[in-house]
Design a protein around this ligand. Structure first.
Ligand SMILES: Cc1ncc(C[n+]2csc(CCOP(=O)(O)OP(=O)(O)O)c2C)c(N)n1
Ligand code: SF4
Ligand SMILES: [Mg+2]
Length: 266
């Protein structure tokens, strides 16, 4: 075990937060809540775009949700879309600029409630874009009501008793909807609750972007993210609540790679 010598000054200065800031992040500070998972997922994506040397060609089509507040901090070209419409906007961008790396950024309320047909049709057409779903099972920005992905029993600020299938219906799984579609090349789901999961998220982003660069169809990455505010939970309970509530329903892993279908954990 290495022992730190505390009798003399350190030979190197302490690392500052700026030292680890991804190149494509303009500022290290943001206004999202403590414990929010969305900034972690977006950081993973930025790091991968930079590592792949694609920062000059990347264009984001961004939906509306808490993550929208982060876009002024991201140093890639970006188009702000109407609620739910990002995949259609991304379609137009990619068709006009086929050499660009075009990605969408949407929440569950934006993609699965407001704009479900946009992502489904873009996927079925096999648009060469990469779609990111930040799934926290709640309309975070507008106050914490449940969305189409809230799992049975999951509580939100406006429905503290949790989702009741008999009254509220059942959640929609985007990986289940997208995986069978012929136009889709890559489908994966991850989380950002542990360092291992964060590394997995980065790996999935890379494979999704590689799918786009290779022209192998639409690529889709869903990231389950903590929303302690919308779940009305203490910040530190966010990751365990996600792992106990959402992860058993929304399985983690790769569902489709190079057009071949897999069952994670099987
Ligand atoms: C057409 C339209 N309907 C409703 C809204 C209000 N609105 C803004 S953000 C939002 C919630 C977005 O939730 P989600 O996509 O899950 O993102 P989160 O805030 O959870 O990150 C809603 C309903 C809007 N801006 N435009
Ligand atoms: S309300 Fe939820 S999704 Fe929005 S910033 Fe706060 S923790 Fe994040
Ligand atoms: Mg949400």
């Amino acid at each position: 075990m290495s022992v730190i010598d505390t009798t003399r000054p350190p030979s190197e200065p302490a690392r500052q937060k700026w030292d680890t800031r991804p190149k494509l992040l303009i500022d290290g500070d943001h206004d999202l809540c403590p414990g929010c998972g969305e900034p972690i997922a977006l950081r993973c994506m930025l790091e991968v775009i930079d590592e792949m040397g694609l920062s000059q060609s990347a264009i984001g089509a961004v939906g509306i949700g808490c993550y929208t507040a982060l876009t002024s901090l991201l140093d890639t070209d970006m188009v702000q879309c109407l609620h739910g419409r990002a995949p259609s906007v991304a379609t137009g961008i990619k068709r006009m600029r086929p050499q660009s790396l075009v990605y969408t950024m949407q929440g569950d309320g934006d993609m699965v409630n407001e704009g479900l047909q946009e992502i489904i049709h873009s996927a079925a057409r096999g648009e060469s874009i990469t779609c990111l779903l930040l799934n926290n099972g709640v309309f975070g920005e507008t106050g914490g009501h449940m969305t189409a992905t809230t799992v049975i029993g999951q509580r939100t600020k406006n429905t503290l008793e949790g989702r009741d299938a008999a009254y509220h219906g059942h959640p929609i799984s985007m990986t289940d909807l997208l995986t069978p579609l012929g136009g889709v090349g890559y489908v994966a789901r991850s989380t950002v609750t542990t360092a291992r999961d964060i590394q997995r998220t980065r790996r999935y982003f890379r494979k999704a972007f590689e799918t786009q660069v290779a022209g192998k169809g639409l690529s889709f990455v869903e990231v389950l993210t903590m929303c302690p505010t919308g779940w009305f939970l203490p910040v530190q309970e966010g990751p365990s609540y996600l792992n106990e509530t959402m992860s058993p329903v929304f399985r983690i892993g790769e569902f489709k790679v190079d057009g071949q279908i897999f069952t994670p954990g099987a």
